[in-house]
Design a protein around this ligand. Structure first.
Ligand SMILES: Nc1ncnc2c1ncn2[C@@H]1O[C@H](COP(=O)(O)OP(=O)(O)OP(=O)(O)O)[C@@H](O)[C@H]1O
Ligand SMILES: [Mg+2]
Length: 221
């Protein structure tokens, strides 16, 4: 093969406790079975600076205003894009990211009520056109998600928000899915993990099989 083809960018989204981080290795394994090289990462975080910002965003006891929260998320993202995501994609590596900008729309745009338009202005400036190629949005009820986060560990600053906040976040995500129907695939995350994995794998394989150029290049390698 002449030039190595650009990698694809896949994100996992959904409210806290829906199962993103648990699903991530399943998605990674599917991609690796296809023969793609994969980098797994997360937001906020993904770089040393990003991980420090994550601690601030999720851990500070100083009441943080919504605009500061949004800008810190995008500060982490700017660092992440330039130092990890873009270099990987450019060198043909696939990037699998636990949360990305749809989370800013859902949490800060809808949850914190900053508005989707405000998020899109910063998105355009920071991302300069970069968008995920595929987003798996795990959607679950508040009861499901709460039961799972409670089982897991102590709650962070954003997870301690109440039901109304959660419902706005969930609806914010679903609005994003309606507006980006081919990129964002909604998966029912209420069932047991085995069922969610099977559903996610099936969506993923269907989409990759539609990316015929990618499969041709894999065969050529
Ligand atoms: N489909 C499922 N059925 C039952 N339990 C699940 C399922 N998916 C994940 N879990 C469990 O729920 C808990 C939360 O899952 P996980 O940490 O993957 O969620 P998350 O979406 O990454 O949350 P966060 O947004 O807080 O990072 C974990 O204990 C995990 O084992
Ligand atoms: Mg997680």
């Amino acid at each position: 093969m002449a030039d190595k083809q650009r990698g694809r960018f896949i994100t996992l989204e959904g409210a806290e406790g829906v199962g993103k981080s648990t699903l991530l290795p399943v998605v990674r394994d599917v991609l690796q079975r296809y023969g793609f090289e994969v980098v797994c990462t997360r937001e906020p975080g993904g770089t040393p600076l990003g991980e420090q910002l994550r601690e601030v965003v999720l851990g500070t006891e100083d009441p943080m205003v919504a605009k500061a929260e949004l800008l810190l998320m995008f500060a982490s993202r700017a660092q992440h894009i330039e130092s990890i995501i873009e270099p990987a994609l450019s060198s043909g590596v696939w990037v699998l990211c636990d949360r990305f900008t749809d989370a800013s729309y859902a949490y800060q745009g809808a949850g914190r009520q900053l508005g989707m338009q405000r998020v899109s202005i910063i998105e355009a400036w920071v991302q300069e056109g970069l968008q995920p190629d595929l987003t798996l949005l795990l959607d679950a009820s508040r009861e499901t998600s709460l039961a799972r986060t409670r089982r897991r560990r102590s709650l962070d600053r954003i997870e301690t928000e109440g039901d109304t906040f959660f419902e706005r976040v969930r609806q914010g995500y679903l609005e994003r899915a309606r507006e980006n129907p081919s990129r964002i695939q909604v998966i029912d995350a209420n069932p047991d993990f085995e069922s969610v994995s099977v559903a996610a794998e099936s969506v993923l394989c269907r989409v990759i099989d539609q990316w015929a150029d990618v499969l041709v290049s894999t065969v050529d390698d």
